[in-house]
Every structure is written in structure tokens, then in C-alpha cells.
Design a protein around this ligand. Structure first.
Ligand code: ADP
Ligand code: ASP
Ligand code: MG
Length: 411
């Protein structure tokens, strides 16, 4: 008899029929003798609607109020699932984050979980009641509602599994595991039976939506056995594992992409010490995250400085930099928010050369211009124009022979 935390995503609870199917799945586990705590997301599309509603109400809504608003999506689904379970004769109780309580810091819109009280949930589990907990939300030390960032219900699931010392955390979603690339883009993508925490963290941080980056971080830190699997069909899914030296490591495990990118270039800035900090200072003071940074070699005493930010921060970053451009006497401030980042990830890269050139060759063969490059020990990322996204991902996927066909599987 195991204690399992199951997290169901938006599509999995997207209609009453789906919620009934989720209840069936939970009941299957209960009947097999397991104890189950459930975390759910809002119905698919609901959080987007709530964000749009807030933005159409106020030009600059406060992040505190946006969190109160966005957190309502999950309030609906916890109640519905608890009702369905109870109707089937399986006692269940819904909980919002402050009722549990799931404690976070006060960074609205991207709060971090700092602790979870488990008494009420344990009492339920001991009494044979299924706790159904709202994902994505938390409560700060002042009692404010917070949210964990888009896709954050995964993190609620894993954090809860860690706090309850569950035997496994299942992330139940609309794909049957983690694939070599987003299966919506690459038809030939292959499900990975297992992947290391390190690679999964990199993929998630680089844009693979299948897991929220912080959920992987938590699972690694607290050693929570984590599995991604389908809500709709049975199967082994993908197990996220500790690195195992005995396991043969492919050079590249997967490809991630992110559309949430924009770049800003200040050209003709004086090539003198302190310029990078004068450009990036105001941006970071506004809590805008800067990702890639490129500074050209100076010519005629000036240089060009380019960096990327999240798309939502693009306008604000440009606004902040206009006065800096004037102060520095820079020639031009320009940007592009129609760019994407495509990355290859694999721990095997540590011991293999030539990954970058293979990636760049694949892009060159498709005439795709690389705008920026960044590398680390286990990943290479490139920025390309958005219109090339799908072509780039497929070309790189083929180049590293990641597909089913290349692996000799029947397609
Ligand atoms: P949920 O609502 O269940 O949290 P998400 O939409 O957040 O589901 O995440 C699942 C989606 O992630 C899939 O439908 C798929 O399109 C996308 N995805 C991106 N990269 C991958 C990948 N490498 N493997 C599997 N799915 C991926
Ligand atoms: N409902 C939230 C979102 O859409 C959280 C989640 O789905 O994980 O981002
Ligand atoms: Mg998700």
C-alpha cells in the first residue's frame, strides 16, 4: 500500500466528463489499496481567461490582485472533483492553499513554496478521505493569496509529495510522458522511458511545458520519485531518475523550445567599462529577468549590446532603456519580440564534442539564421526568428536521430 500524490493538469480536468474520468482513475488506485492525495489545475483555458479579464480591466493591474483573480480557477476544479468522488461513495474534501496551508514567499505571480502544513491532509488520509488540493496557489506570511507562476500546479504536486513523504508523485497530463521534443511539433518524437533530474530540469527551464521547472527542482532536492504519465490511458510514462552512471547516456536526450522570448539591442554604445551594468542595472532593478547576453567586439570605440528577456517584459524593458540610451549617447535602441529559443539538452554532451556543429549544420541546411547562441555543460541554445520555430525543432530532432524511425521503432 503506497501513498501517492497525483496531479491532474488543465486538459485532464477540462470538462465534467474529464473530471469523472479523473475520479475513476483515483478510485482505481484507492481500490488497489493505495492512499491518494490529489492536486488539480484549473480547467484548461481558464487561467488564460482570468489573466485576460484582469488585463482588460486595468492597464497595470497590481500583481497581488492578479494572483487573487488567477487563483480562482483552481477553486472550481477542486470542488467539482471532490463532489464527483463523494457521489461515487469515496469521501473527499477540497482545499484551497490557505486551508492546507501551503506557505509561500510574497513574490506575487512567481511565489516560492517555503513550507506545507500536512496535519489536515494526514488526518484525511488516515480517515480514508481523499484530499483534493488546489494547485498553483499559496498563502504568504501576511495571509495574501499568491500564485507560483504559470504551470505551477506541478510544483504544488511535487512539494506536497515531498511534505507528505509520498512514495511517488504522478504528474498526470495530456501526453503519456516526456518526449524527445514537444510531440505537438515533432510527430516523430519518442517517449523517453526515463530521464535524469538534471536533464529534465534543463528541458523544463528552457521551455518544455510538460513540467514546471521548480517541480523538478523540488523533486531532485527532496528525492521525490516523480513520474509523468497520461491521465487518459494506462502506461509506464516517464520516470525522472537520479543520474545513474551505469545507464548509457545518449549525447542528446531532448529538444526544448520557448516562445516566451524577446531581444533588445542597444547599438553604438561607448565601449568603456561599466556600460553593461548601466544598461542592465535598471532592467534588473525592475525585477526583469535577463537571459542571454551578447556584446559585440568594439569597433570605432563603440559596441552593440544585445540581451533577451521574457516576452511579457519586452515593452517595459524598452521603456526603461530609453533614458539610458540618451544618457549613454547610444546610436539606436531596437528590439524584436518575434524570436524563439531552441535548445538541445543531454548529459552525454559533457563527454562528446561536435554537438554544436551538428546543430548549426542542421539549421544551416534549412537556411535558418542563428541570431544568438548560448551554451552550458549540458545544453546548447540558439535564438531564431519565430517563423522558423517548427522547422528548426524538426531539423535538429532529425539531425540527432532522436525520432522513432531513427531508433528503429515502428512508426
Ligand atoms: P497540463 O495542463 O497537464 O499541466 P501542459 O500543457 O502544461 O499540461 O503540459 C503538457 C504539454 O507539454 C503537452 O501537451 C505537450 O504539448 C507539451 N510538451 C512540450 N515539450 C514536451 C516534451 N518534451 N514532452 C512531452 N510534452 C511536451
Ligand atoms: N492553472 C495554472 C496555469 O494555467 C497552473 C497550472 O495549470 O499548472 O498556469
Ligand atoms: Mg502544466
Amino acid at each position: 500500500m503506497a501513498l501517492i500524490v497525483q496531479k491532474y493538469g488543465g486538459t485532464s480536468v477540462g470538462s465534467i466528463e474529464r473530471i469523472q474520468a479523473v475520479a475513476d482513475r483515483v478510485i482505481g488506485y484507492l481500490n488497489a489499496g493505495h492512499r491518494v492525495a490529489v492536486v488539480v489545475s484549473a480547467m484548461s483555458g481558464e487561467t488564460n481567461k482570468l489573466v485576460a479579464l484582469g488585463r482588460s480591466t486595468s492597464a497595470r493591474p497590481s500583481s497581488r490582485e492578479m494572483d487573487v483573480l488567477q487563483a480562482t480557477g483552481e477553486q472550481v476544479t477542486v470542488a467539482l472533483l471532490a463532489m464527483v468522488l463523494a457521489d461515487r461513495g469515496y469521501p473527499a474534501r477540497s482545499y484551497l492553499a490557505h486551508q492546507v496551508a501551503i506557505h509561500t514567499d510574497s513574490s506575487f505571480g512567481r511565489a516560492r513554496i517555503v513550507g506545507i502544513d500536512t496535519e489536515r491532509l494526514r488526518a484525511d488520509l488516515d480517515a480514508g478521505v481523499v484530499p483534493v488540493v488546489a494547485g498553483f496557489q499559496g498563502v504568504d506570511a501576511e495571509g495574501n493569496v499568491t500564485t507560483l507562476g504559470r504551470g505551477g500546479s506541478d510544483t504544488t504536486g511535487v512539494a506536497l509529495a515531498a511534505a507528505l513523504r509520498a512514495d511517488e508523485c504522478e504528474i498526470c497530463t495530456d501526453v503519456d510522458g516526456v518526449y524527445t521534443a514537444d510531440p505537438r511539433i515533432v510527430e516523430d518524437a519518442r517517449r523517453l522511458p526515463r530521464i535524469t533530474f538534471e536533464e529534465m530540469l534543463e528541458l523544463a527551464s528552457l521551455g518544455s511545458k510538460v513540467l514546471h521547472p521548480r517541480s523538478v527542482e523540488f523533486a531532485g532536492k527532496y528525492q521525490v520519485p516523480l513520474r509523468v504519465l497520461s491521465s487518459f490511458e494506462d502506461g509506464p510514462g516517464t520516470l525522472i531518475t537520479m543520474e545513474n552512471d551505469a545507464m548509457e547516456q545518449p549525447v542528446v536526450s531532448g529538444i526544448a523550445h520557448s516562445k516566451d522570448e524577446a531581444k533588445i539591442t542597444m547599438s553604438g554604445v561607448p565601449d568603456v567599462p561599466g556600460v553593461a551594468s548601466r544598461i542592465l542595472g535598471p532592467v534588473s532593478r525592475a525585477a526583469i529577468e535577463v537571459d542571454m547576453i551578447v556584446q559585440n567586439t568594439g569597433a570605432d570605440g563603440t559596441t552593440d549590446f544585445t540581451f533577451t528577456v521574457k516576452r511579457d517584459d519586452y515593452e517595459r524593458a524598452l521603456e526603461l532603456l530609453r533614458p539610458v540610451q540618451a544618457e549613454l549617447g547610444a546610436r539606436e535602441l531596437a528590439g524584436d519580440n518575434r524570436i524563439v529559443k531552441v535548445s538541445v539538452v543531454g548529459v552525454g554532451m559533457r563527454s562528446h564534442a561536435g554537438v554544436a556543429s551538428r546543430m548549426f549544420d542542421a539549421l544551416a541546411a534549412e537556411n535558418i539564421n542563428i541570431l544568438m547562441i548560448s551554451t552550458s555543460e549540458i545544453k546548447i541554445s540558439v535564438v531564431v526568428t519565430e517563423k522558423y520555430l517548427e522547422l528548426a525543432v524538426r531539423a535538429i530532432h532529425d539531425a540527432f536521430e532522436l525520432g522513432k524511425a531513427a531508433a528503429g521503432e515502428r512508426v
